[in-house]
Unconditional design. Structure first.
Length: 240
C-alpha cells in the first residue's frame, strides 16, 4: 500500500510546488513586468508624460484584481487593498498628483493595516485572530464556532498574538521599504525592482507564518493530545 501511494503523494507535492511557482511568476508578470514594459514603451516611443505612462502601467494589475474578485465571488484581504489603491489612484489622477506620490500610494494602506494590527493588542483578541478565522473557516458557522473554541488554549492565544505582531511589523517594514525605493529610484527603476523586493518581504513573512504555525500545532498536539487541534495560522494574504 505504501509503495502504491508514495508516487501519488510525490506527484501531488510536485503539482502543488509547480502551481505555487506558476502563481508567483504570474503575479510578478502582472504586477512587475507588464507595468515596466508599458511605462517604458509609452515614455520612449509614445512620448507621453511620466504621470500618464505611470497610470497606464497600472492597468494590468487593476484588470487582474477585478477579474479575481469576479471569479472568487468575494473580497479577500489583497483585493480590498488593491481596490482601495485603485480608488486612491483615481483621486490622485483627478488632482494631477506627482508620480512619486502615485507610486507610494499603497504604502498608505499597509501603514494603516500595520498600525491596526499592533493597536489591536489593546483588545481582547488581536486582529490576526479574525483574519485567521476568516481564512481557515471560510465563515462557515460550524467551523467558526470550532475556531472560536480554540481561544481557550494558551498555545493558540500565544500563536495568534505572535503572528499578529509579526504581520503588523511586516506591513510597516513593507511601507518603509516602498517609500525608500520611491524616493531613491527613478520611476522605471522602481517599477522594475520593487515587485521583487516587496514580494520578497511578504513572501518571507508568509513562509515564517507557515513554519511557525506548524511548529505550534506540533507542540500543542504533543502537550495536549486530547484537545482540539490547532489549525495552521493563516496569513492575512490569501492570494488573488
Amino acid at each position: 500500500m505504501v509503495k502504491d501511494t508514495a508516487p501519488s503523494i510525490d506527484t501531488a507535492n510536485r503539482t502543488k510546488k509547480f502551481a505555487t511557482i506558476l502563481g508567483i511568476t504570474y503575479s510578478i508578470v502582472i504586477n512587475g513586468v507588464l507595468p515596466f514594459v508599458i511605462y517604458t514603451l509609452l515614455q520612449n516611443y509614445a512620448h507621453t508624460s511620466e504621470f500618464v505612462a505611470l497610470i497606464a502601467s497600472g492597468i494590468p494589475p487593476v484588470i487582474d484584481t477585478i477579474i479575481g474578485v469576479i471569479r472568487k465571488g468575494r473580497m479577500d484581504f489583497i483585493a480590498v487593498i488593491a481596490l482601495l489603491s485603485i480608488a486612491v489612484s483615481l483621486v490622485l489622477i483627478l488632482l494631477g498628483s506627482d508620480p512619486k506620490v502615485y507610486l507610494v500610494r499603497e504604502s498608505f494602506f499597509t501603514v494603516a493595516f500595520g498600525l491596526a494590527y499592533l493597536v489591536s493588542f489593546l483588545f481582547p483578541r488581536p486582529l490576526g485572530f479574525y483574519f485567521a478565522r476568516a481564512f481557515v473557516t471560510g465563515n462557515v458557522p460550524e467551523k467558526v464556532a470550532w475556531f472560536n473554541s480554540l481561544w481557550q488554549y494558551q498555545e493558540f492565544r500565544h500563536s495568534m498574538r505572535v503572528s499578529t505582531a509579526v504581520w503588523g511589523v511586516g506591513f510597516l517594514l513593507e511601507a518603509a521599504v516602498r517609500t525608500y525605493l520611491v524616493l531613491t529610484l527613478s520611476v522605471s527603476q522602481f517599477l522594475l525592482i520593487s515587485p521583487f523586493v516587496l514580494y520578497g518581504i511578504i513572501g518571507a513573512i508568509i513562509l515564517w507564518t507557515v513554519l511557525y504555525s506548524r511548529q505550534g500545532s506540533k507542540r500543542a498536539n504533543a502537550t495536549s493530545p486530547q484537545s482540539a487541534p490547532l489549525p495552521e495560522t493563516a496569513t492575512p494574504t490569501t492570494g488573488k
